[in-house]
Design a protein around this ligand. Sequence first.
Ligand code: UD1
Length: 417
Amino acid sequence: MEKYKISGSHQLSGEIKVAGAKNSALKILAASILSNETCQITNIPKIEDIKRMTEILESLGAKITWHDSTLEINPSKITKSTPDSDLVKKLRSSIMLAGPLLAKFGEVTMSHPGGCIIGKRPVDLFMSGFKAMGAEILDHGESFTIKAKKLKGAKIVLPKISVTVTESLMMTACLAEGTTTIINAAMEPEIPALADYLNKCGAKITGAGTPQITITGVDKLSAGTYELIPDRIEAGSFVMLGLATNSKIKISNCNPAHLETVLTILKNSGADLEIGPDYIITKTSHLHGTDIQTHEYPGFPTDLQAPFTVLMTQTNGRSLIHETIFEGRLFYTDKLNTMGADIIMCDPHRVIVNGKTKLYGKKLESPDLRAGMALIIAGLCAQGETIIDNIYQIERGYEDIVSRLKNIGAQIEKINE
Ligand code: UD1
């Protein structure tokens, strides 16, 4: 089994480039099905989740070609609308294929998706959106079928803000008859990015990035080329890494405008950050304990909650971390306590971090993608050796993380044990 071996407590220095956004890439790959022409996406991160998505697309009949970090997808030979259930279960984002396959073929049958274990993560809101557009849902237990001869535009009010539901309904509505309005839509930067891509292919979407999105259906979509936006979660994780290890590192190729809230909270906590148009430099800082509450964009992202919690273990004072989006996303804090942190769980949504504590290297298992990155940061702060197991979870979302961290002086390697 491959693991990461980390020797911590060393300062880092240099520059680390941010890769293209995973959560944008996955949706744009799914959206490529809506057209019959070849699309070209650049700045694609080479990560396990993207490999799984391309495997699913290939198994449906799409032709995929890689040229460095550019991906060409020719969907013209897709004839199946039943993605392989083993592949679907490996990737929660496979749910993003349901809408495009339904819109294109009038029917889709797929297994319930897998993915990170961070709470219940139901798919009810996807289904009620499809129903509102005239689809019929047949639940077979392990799998479901969605059918609609012709999807019709609808007014869809989301009872809860959801990123993937907003994206899924937005792309499905592109080929529906008439106009769809999504009210209480999510506003994450990946949503206007997806709308930009679809509009380049001939879709008619307005309002993406606001709580109300309007989509006027068109008969077909054409070819599109698109450069992915930088991964704001990766950028934010590297900022926490720089601050937690008291290092001066330059995080380049990023878009600080996508991290306004996070950067403001960090600055208010005492972080000394130099922020440029496409880079952030972390400097030696004296932070104090700070409370956060995760929130939909533009609030503090749930995906940066775990790296921030590690940073707070290295900060003087008390911090209350309130995770409002997912119910199982704080259990990794037990692992930080085994390393020497002083974190008290108040309830499944809230922990109190008492800092600053020394961390000591431990053998740990990565519970999910984002907590996995947090454990790497903890390992790099800790005295002694940390071994992290279950690294597939980390490699799902971070490209070539070992070499990139080594380039800024981290003592991390992949071992087989
Ligand atoms: C997406 C991101 C993930 C991020 C999250 C919140 C992708 C691939 N993943 O996940 O990295 O942590 O947004 O920013 O883009 N919900 C329902 N019913 C549904 C769908 C969702 O109740 O049908 C609930 C979820 O359980 C959760 C909340 O809505 O409590 C928000 O989830 P959502 O925004 O959909 O998160 P994901 O799309 O799963």
